[in-house]
Structure formats: structure tokens, C-alpha cells
Write a protein that binds this ligand. Structure first.
Ligand SMILES: *Cc1c(COP(=O)(O)O)cnc(C)c1O
Length: 497
């Protein structure tokens, strides 16, 4: 299978797509076709472990990797103790026809670990396959969770370095602490004075700058991406749509072949896009429900077909979704315009020049057959955390609560109560102040630091604090660089020197 660019150019192998991250024409790599996994195969998944399912899913896409290479990689990536649950991505029952897919059992307590524990293995193999001798310099823009997961994934991996740019005041206190305390001789963390969109745009600009590539090449480095624009990030995320489906069939909650809905808290559209890919591969996915926070550019798009970014950017209690330019939507659009890269390019140019584009009524109708959408602001999110805890005893993080709220509204509006999985993307202990305030009111957290909030939260709910959080208290801060958004290139070159 080859990989094309969403903007019409380029043809690459799977390993080249993983190695290069972004296509040279600025587009994103997409597979030339969707491999099909039959219902018999999905039935076999019911007897398989998570790494075994991952191997089958990845094999279908990564044609120039051997089966042995993929098997070794997934076994190493998903082994204990990095993941504290043998199921890797366990499914929990919440309510009638309602389940949670917990994706936060990895080292950094957010769903990014599922892809970023595996990506370094795929990148190193890709370098070998393409006789790449240079150091692979991973560059990441993070809205909070990708950064730490990438740092942990690439920390001390030979032949690589990992540099993370984060919006200096756009991530939670704990997310920041997780990043700036990272050890490892090849890790770099740089705060940017700006928001996530500024940060992501700055990194994308580096990738598309020939002068930057030359400077890096002269220093013996090949820049690559660990953001979800990299196909190597996306492919591992397809696995858990299959594994959760199989788990529900196993539990007797679903008949094989029955449609299953997913509601996905969405920022850069990577996670939900993986669900769309699973559907295109033959998994009986019903509706994919896109949940936004107050930065509701996507839920607006799914209701009127207009993507419109000239709006106020809000900092919310679900920071990993504080995004207005949702990169992976481009991959979805590509599929809905008959894979015509020229149309995608024209829309992306409009977005760049005028801040919006419109896909037209006909295409919107097509999109709405698969996608529904909604949003929750912080007040609704806090109320949902409290409601779910009081009703079921389950403690949600703010991102998961956004999804839960949006599902409630969707069910009320459509009457569609089919079996549904909420993608639970982070541990509530990544956001202890906001979660505690949601349960007990703002005054309960006043003047308390995050660790005290975590202890109060645990005392109130009985949910244990993960060791990754407790450990942070005693780790020294190792990264203090901060730069203006115009100076990201220089800050990076200084760090790497
Ligand atoms: C990254 C992230 C999201 C959004 O995922 P996308 O793939 O960017 O849509 C949601 N929740 C959490 C906790 C995240 O870290």
C-alpha cells in the first residue's frame, strides 16, 4: 500500500510516511486504500490480547514492515509496567447501553500514550528501512498531553531527540509539571508565549521551511513529527475501536455485526478520525459523535458545513481540546471529495488566507450520515462531572465529561439510545483542581496546590491517586526555556546545540 498526500502530491511507503510526518506539499499522508477486516477477523479479536489486535490492524497499513517487526514493537510498547491494566484499553460499564473506553492507563495518564509508546519503535525501524543515518529530531506542538507522552516515548531512544513546544499559559499546572520534569539526555521542552494554535502553526511552519530543513541537515538531523499529523500516530489509535467492539461482544453487550456508536472528545480530530478509519475498514460503527468544548469550531462545522476560525480562542478546563485549527479534519475532507487533492488544497488555502471555507450542502448531508456533534462549555462540563459521579460513582476527567455531556444532548435530541462507547481520554488526576471544584464548588480548591487538591479529591471519591502524580512532587524542574512565537526556530536550534 502506498501513501498519498491530501493535497494531491507525493507517493510514499508506510515507513516514509512515518519518518517524514508531513508531505512536502504541506498535506497529510493518507493510505491509498482502506484495508478490509472481515467480520470473521473481528470475531477472532474476541479471543486476542490488545497487542495481538494491534498487530493485525497495523499489519494492514504498514506494508513495508515485517510481521515480526510489528509484533515485537507492539509487545514492547504495551507491556507492563508502562500500562497498568493488562487490557491496555479496558472497557467499563457505566449505565444502560453506555460504556467507557479507558485510554489513560499508560505512563502519562492520557490517551496519547497508546500511540506514542509505539511510535518510537516504528520511527526507528523506518529510519533503518530508508537508510537514514541522521538523528531523527522529533518536534512536537502540544496542547498538554501529547508533549509528555512524546517525551516519555522518545526519552533516551538511540538515534532520536524529542523537542516539545507548549503554550506557556495554555496547559494545566500538572501537565506543565509533567513536561518540565522530564529526564533523559535527548529531551527538550520549550514554552511559547502564545496559544496552542500559535504553537502548532509555528511547528508546521518549521516543517515547511526549506531553510530550516537545510540548517537541520547541516547539523546531521532529520526533523520529524510526533503530532497526530503523523500517520504513525493515527494507525495505533485505530486498534482500540476494534478492541472495544470485541470486548463488548465478549461481554454479551453487543451482537457481532450490530452497530456501535462512539462519542469522542475532540481537538485535533486525530482520535475520532481513527474511528472513521475503523469504520471504513469494516468495523460496524454507527454514529461517530464529535464532542467539542467552548472552542466549538468542529461542532459548528458539522452543523452548517462551514469551518470558521476567526473567533475568540477560549482557555477551558479541557485544555487538550483548546484548538481552532483542527489538523486531521483535512484527512476526513479528502475522503469526502472523492480523494481530489486539488479541492482540499483550495480549502486549506482559503483557511489560511481568509480563516474559513465551506464544503457545500450536499457534502454536509453525506458527512452527517456518519457524524453528529455537539459541545459543552465549562459550566456544563463541571455539572456533568458532578452528575455522573453522583449517579454512578464514576469519576470523569473534564475531556471525558465533555463527551458525556454531548452524548446526553445527542440522545435527547435524536432518541438514539443504541450501545455507545464514550472515549475516556485522561485520568481525572491530571486535572485535580477543576475536577474537585466541579464536585465541591470553587471554594473547595481556593489557595490549594494541585497535590493537595489531588489528596482531597481522593479522600472525597475513594479513587486512588496514580503514582505518576505523587512522584511528580519530588522531581526537579529540568526545562525552563521560554520563547516568543516568532523565535521558535532559534530557540530550538539553541536547545539542540
Ligand atoms: C489530545 C486529547 C484530546 C483530543 O484528541 P484529538 O485526537 O486531538 O482530537 C482529548 N482529550 C485528551 C485528554 C487529550 O489529551
Amino acid at each position: 500500500m502506498s501513501f498519498y498526500s491530501t493535497r494531491g502530491g507525493a507517493c510514499a511507503t508506510a515507513s516514509q510516511a512515518v519518518l517524514w510526518g508531513l508531505a512536502k506539499d504541506g498535506g497529510l499522508y493518507v493510505p491509498s486504500m482502506f484495508p478490509q477486516l472481515s467480520q470473521e477477523t473481528v470475531a477472532l479479536f474476541c479471543q486476542m490480547s490488545y497487542p495481538q489486535i494491534a498487530e493485525r490492524v497495523l499489519r494492514a497499513f504498514l506494508e513495508d514492515y515485517s510481521i515480526a517487526e510489528i509484533a515485537e514493537s507492539v509487545n514492547a510498547a504495551y507491556a507492563a509496567p508502562a500500562f497498568d491494566d493488562p487490557a491496555v484499553a479496558p472497557v467499563k460499564h457505566l449505565d444502560d447501553n453506555l460504556y467507557l473506553l479507558e485510554l489513560f492507563h499508560g505512563p502519562t495518564l492520557a490517551f496519547k500514550d497508546i500511540a506514542l509508546k509505539l511510535l518510537p519503535y516504528l520511527v526507528r525501524l523506518a529510519a533503518q528501512k530508508n537508510q537514514e543515518e541522521r538523528e531523527i529530531s522529533i518536534l512536537v506542538a502540544t496542547s498538554g498531553d501529547t508533549g509528555k507522552a512524546a517525551l516519555e516515548g522518545f526519552r533516551d531512544v538511540p538515534g532520536t531527540s524529542c523537542t516539545v513546544f507548549y503554550p506557556e499559559s495554555g496547559v494545566s499546572a500538572l501537565q506543565k509539571l509533567q513536561m518540565v520534569t522530564t529526564a533523559g539526555a535527548n529531551t527538550h521542552v520549550i514554552g511559547v508565549r502564545g496559544n496552542f494554535d500559535d504553537t502548532q502553526t509555528g511547528v508546521k511552519r518549521l516543517f515547511s521551511s526549506p531553510a530550516f530543513h537545510e540548517k537541520m541537515a547541516a547539523a546531521g538531523r532529520l526533523p520529524s513529527s510526533a503530532n497526530s499529523i503523523n500517520f504513525g500516530r493515527l494507525a495505533p489509535q485505530v486498534t482500540y475501536y476494534f478492541s472495544s467492539y470485541a470486548a463488548l461482544v465478549n461481554a454479551g453487550a453487543l451482537r457481532m455485526g450490530q452497530a456501535l456508536n462512539f462519542v469522542v472528545p475532540t481537538g485535533n480530530f486525530g482520535d475520532i478520525l481513527a474511528g472513521y478509519y475503523a469504520k471504513r475498514m469494516g468495523l460496524p460503527v454507527g454514529k461517530l459523535i464529535c464532542a467539542s468544548n467552548r472552542n466549538n469550531v468542529l461542532s459548528d462545522f458539522f452543523s452548517d458545513g462551514i469551518y470558521y476560525t476567526h473567533r475568540t480562542f477560549f482557555t477551558t478546563m479541557s485544555p487538550s481540546m483548546d484548538i481552532l485549527i483542527s489538523s486531521n479534519l483535512e484527512r476526513l475532507l479528502y475522503e469526502y471529495v472523492g480523494r481530489d487533492g486539488r479541492i482540499v488544497r483550495s480549502w486549506m488555502d482559503l483557511l489560511n488566507d481568509c480563516g474559513s471555507f465551506s464544503i457545500g450542502a450536499q457534502r454536509l448531508v453525506e458527512l452527517q450520515k456518519t457524524f453528529a456533534a455537539g459541545f459543552a462549555d465549562d459550566t456544563m462540563t463541571a455539572a456533568e462531572i458532578r452528575r455522573v459521579f453522583e449517579h454512578t460513582g464514576y469519576l470523569m476527567d473534564p475531556h471525558t465529561a465533555v463527551a458525556s455531556h454531548v452524548l446526553g444532548a445527542y440522545r435527547k435530541h435524536t432518541g438514539d439510545h443504541s450501545p455507545t462507547v464514550i472515549i475516556a481520554t485522561a485520568s481525572p488526576y491530571k486535572f485535580p483542581e477543576d475536577v474537585l471544584a466541579s464536585l465541591l464548588g470553587e471554594q473547595a480548591t481556593a489557595g490549594l496546590d494541585v497535590f493537595v487538591c489531588a489528596q482531597k479529591l481522593s479522600a472525597h471519591t475513594g479513587v486512588p491517586i496514580p503514582r505518576q502524580i505523587t512522584e511528580l512532587q519530588s522531581l526537579p524542574v529540568r526545562h525552563q526555556t521560554v520563547c516568543d512565537r516568532e523565535n521558535m526556530e532559534q530557540a530550538l536550534l539553541d536547545e539542540l546545540r
